[in-house]
Design a protein around this ligand. Sequence first.
Ligand code: ZN
Ligand code: ZN
Ligand code: ZN
Length: 377
Amino acid sequence: MSSLTPPSQDAAITTAPYADRLRRAQEEMARQGIDLLVVGASADLLYLIGYEGHESERMSVLALPRDGVPHYVVPGLEAPLLHEQHDLLQIVPWEEVEDPAAKVAAVAGAAALGSIAVGDELWSVFTLRLQRAMPRARWAEGGQLLRPLRMIKDEREIALLAEAARRTDDSWEEFLTIPLAGLTEWEARDRLMGLLAARGLQPVFCNVGSGPNGASPHQTASDRVIGPGDAVVCDWGGTLDGYNSDVTRTVHVGEPSPEFVRAYDAVLAANQAALEAVRPGVPCQEIDRAARRVLTDAGYGDAFIHRTGHGLGLSLHEEPYLVEGNNLPLAEGMVFSDEPGIYFPGQFGIRIEDTVVCTAGGGRRLNEATRELRVMG
Ligand code: ZN
Ligand code: ZN
Ligand code: ZN
């Protein structure tokens, strides 16, 4: 067991759930033989202490020992931002002329001779400086350590993800009431992001791919004017208290061809098949296989060029990944996307994406924005 004791005992309300998360991270460190965890500005940091950090050239890191109190080594000018974390952490400010890596080495103590894990999103330049300051340490990936924690969402996290999803669905219902033809992809993107902001979400991204642009799954938007005959793939999301939404819907401007309708129905069936495969204990790759089987049987196997889904939470893409080769069993509280898609270069793309939570009884969608094919003006 770990021996983390917050510096002050009267801070139970402000430090929940972070004291508990730090303690569980320490337990995982003990299990994995890690002596020190170093995390910079990132979703990992937000998860552990409720502060997402300030990314800059000045090193600002949490140093969590396997036993004892965590330290936060922070530029003096940034220290006031950590006022809510005072009861959780020992704040170690450094002045402009000091070497922060040496300060981390000092708080590391004996751990500098042991195993040190660095957060996956810590800048490589900081890792290199820490390695020079602690040349005898063995280094490991912090992702291994935090994945088992972050992957399983608690009730509050699921409630936030559900509310973010609900508001994102709501932005779509309003988006559908206005004709798309004549707008550029950038204009459609701005409109959808504005609808997210109007619902109190922090817009994070919005990709609009019309016609042939929809065949490129990660294109953002372009000056292309949307017109009759276009399939339009919209993939967008925002955050609520740091928790992400991520939805994709595909609409058609003007009457679609029978070929398009057939392809759309196949993607819709694949999305449904993946949802129905979700159950605690089922390996992640089985969800991918369930969606892929439907599309392969319909003759679209080669057009399904990406995995079926990714976990989401404080990061837009995080564990677990629903991909062939991932044998990790699903567990209650995991939240991930269900997003089969098919792409025909030079023509169009179709993707339908929902956020799904794994419950004891199976998969539960957090998104309910209409999945039926919508024909727009
Ligand atoms: Zn993606
Ligand atoms: Zn998406
Ligand atoms: Zn996604």
